[in-house]
Design a protein around this ligand. Structure first.
Ligand SMILES: [Zn+2]
Ligand SMILES: [Zn+2]
Length: 289
């Protein structure tokens, strides 16, 4: 039998020229946005950023798909995953597989993006080389079998960039090409760095509430630009908890919205770690026990 983890993120991996070209082009084009400022463009970028990166990447890809921090109907799952594709951070199965590997091998040899291999590598180098975002089928089947059961998720995993084309067409109709530049190109470029900081900065700088075996830290700056994803030492300790900020000072916008979704009946069985009781199981489960 083959090694169960045929996945070796390495600086020796082949260069992914498609990704390099795509990321470089976005960075260069994003500079152009600064010459085409308007309040309408800024507002459009902000709104899309919120839905794509908070509801989509943070709540959808991360807290729901990767960690199953709550349950939701098939359609709610698909809705959040579709919003996340607008972040242009790969499809739901690829993202989740990478992230589950990160939690399984945090700051060890097989971690897809540990700063122990260099700050540049952990921030963006890891997507330019090797199979970090394009894992072999065997790895996906092992790490994301739950997601591969949904044909819709399999479909958007392959065509995750299509939603951005549709969005760009809509924005072009509303505000012309400068709105596309702001709400797609600039917004995606900046939010890439915000998300990448969760992989780089929160494994380097910040405070540690829990003595985990990895280097994870709680970083207020990263939390501020990622809707609460920067409370990363909390998160590595209680990974299933849909709540990442454990005190009122650790503001966690994604968590407040998850609570709201729960109150509205859109999601259920929310795992939320509580410092006092040291429990993260949903209230319904605790009552039943
Ligand atoms: Zn995580
Ligand atoms: Zn981490």
């Amino acid at each position: 039998m083959k090694n169960v983890v045929d996945f070796e993120p390495s600086k020796k991996g082949k260069y992914n020229w498609n990704t390099i070209f795509f990321v470089a082009t976005f960075h260069l084009a994003a500079i152009g946005a600064f010459f085409t400022f308007s309040w309408a463009n800024l507002t459009a970028a902000f709104i899309v950023w919120w839905f794509a990166n908070s509801w989509g990447v943070g709540i959808g890809y991360h807290r729901l798909l990767s960690h199953r921090g709550f349950t939701a109907s098939k359609w709610m799952v698909r809705f959040l995953a579709t919003l996340a594709t607008l972040g242009l951070q790969s499809g739901p199965i690829s993202w989740t597989t990478t992230h589950r590997l990160h939690h399984a091998f945090t700051d060890q040899e097989r971690d897809p993006h540990s700063p122990r291999k260099g700050v540049w590598w952990s921030h963006m180098g890891w997507i330019f080389q090797g199979t970090a975002q394009n894992q072999p089928l065997s790895v996906r089947q092992r790490y994301s079998p739950d997601l591969m059961k949904d044909p819709y998720l399999v479909f958007i995993d392959k065509y995750y960039w299509v939603t951005s084309l549709i969005l760009a067409a809509g924005l072009f109709a509303i505000g012309g090409w400068t709105m596309v530049l702001w709400a797609v190109v600039l917004r995606v470029t900046i939010s890439w760095h915000f998300t990448w900081m969760v992989n780089s900065a929160t494994h380097l700088w910040g405070y540690r509430r829990f003595e985990t075996r990895d280097d994870s830290r709680n970083n207020i700056l990263v939390a501020a630009v990622t809707f609460g994803e920067g409370w990363h030492n909390n998160h590595h300790t209680y990974a299933r908890s849909a709540k990442h900020g454990f005190t009122w000072k650790e503001f966690d916008i994604n968590w407040y919205q998850i609570r709201l979704f729960e109150l509205l009946g859109l999601i259920h069985n929310v795992y939320a770690f509580d410092l006092k009781t040291q429990s993260e199981a949903p209230k319904e489960m605790l009552k039943a026990a």
